[in-house]
Ligand binder design. Structure first.
Ligand code: TRP
Length: 327
């Protein structure tokens, strides 16, 4: 894929783990090389599931530092905090006019939340409308998301199509790019790596926590003198994230050859993870100490994003007839 406007919003939610990085961030950052990347931290969305202002503030700035440290280049891409372009809330209102309640009621993620006992707010209910506004306000052409966001993206398309049909051509119809294995990085117990399962390996933790995490990867009880099955091994899968094809093949052979000790492999993996993120860790430390630089970078990103936003918003306002002064 080349020369497309690739756009995605990311929840600013605490410590990053290997699943976030290999499942999403790494690939996202790679899009900046051959495409026009628009990437933002969705703090308005985060508000639908939290009410701790200190934490939201902290999570947002930390997520900005994390992305910048991991290689998101503000000169090659447009990177901002959602609430710094408040035009998106106005577009949410305008889009809500063409969004049927039935469509929103069918949202899996909304239904899941209520079935878990969450008392639904209007904000939670209209989460997909805000997400549609996120995409349409910037003319996003391709939206890479995990399977769990597929339906939200279809809703954004429906809303855009309905809007264009009702009020005239206004918005680009976004294409989903569903990354099949997005988010499928196993955690230390083999389930999908996720903070809520407490099975993560955090990429910016200190060495002791990294050691604890890797040593805690569940392995089977195959005796040392027998050959091990790489295909059912979480350790093998996790190690493979850091290897190219030939490296993976070598590791596979080591698993198949009797004598391998899981603990030795774990010790290697600790060093590999630690070294892989060393330069990112250092960059992150520098950024955390230089908040002014980070804030300035985010402000500049918001300005770039806003330049695009106002053109789409202006068109939408005009097409629905808010431009009474021109009558
Ligand atoms: N709902 C998405 C998630 O939870 C985040 C998101 C918000 C998003 N706005 C977006 C993703 C726009 C893609 C495009 O992961």
């Amino acid at each position: 894929m080349k020369n497309k406007r690739v756009l995605s919003g990311i929840q600013p939610s605490g410590n990053l783990h290997l699943g976030n990085y290999f499942g999403m961030m790494k690939r996202m950052i790679e899009y900046q090389e051959n495409n026009e990347l628009f990437c933002f931290l969705v703090n308005y969305h985060a508000l639908t599931s939290m009410n701790n202002s200190d934490q939201l503030q902290r999570d947002t700035i930390n997520a900005a530092c994390d992305f910048l440290a991991l290689g998101l280049d503000p000169d090659k891409s447009v990177f901002w905090v959602q609430s710094d372009v408040p035009e998106v809330t106005e577009l949410t209102w305008i889009l809500s006019i063409v969004t049927s309640v039935g469509l929103l009621e069918r949202a899996h993620s909304y239904k899941d939340k209520i079935s878990k006992g969450v008392v639904p707010s209007h904000g939670l209910f209209s989460y997909p409308v805000l997400m549609a506004a996120d995409i349409l306000l910037f003319g996003g052409e391709v939206v890479p998301v995990g399977k769990d966001q597929k339906q939200h993206l279809e809703m954004a398309r429906d809303i855009a199509i309905r809007f264009n049909a009702t009020f005239g051509e206004t918005f680009v119809i976004p294409e989903p790019l569903i990354e099949e294995d997005f988010g499928l990085i196993p955690g230390t117990n083999g389930e999908k790596m996720s903070k809520s399962y407490k099975n993560t390996i955090d990429i910016f933790s200190d060495k002791d926590d990294l050691v604890k995490g890797v040593m805690g990867i569940v392995t089977d009880a195959t005796p040392v003198e027998e050959s091990k099955n790489p295909d059912s091994s979480i350790l093998y899968q996790m190690y493979s994230l850091f290897l190219d094809d030939s490296g993976q093949e070598k590791l596979r052979q080591r698993f198949l050859t009797p004598g391998l000790r899981y603990n030795d492999v774990k010790k290697e993996l600790i060093d590999i993870i630690w070294n892989y993120f060393t330069s990112h860790r250092e960059k992150r430390q520098t950024l955390l100490k230089d908040k002014d630089y980070v804030l300035k970078t985010m402000q500049e990103g918001a300005e770039k994003a806003r330049d695009v936003a106002v053109t789409y918003l202006k068109k939408a306002r005009k097409n629905v007839g808010l431009n009474y002064w021109q009558s």
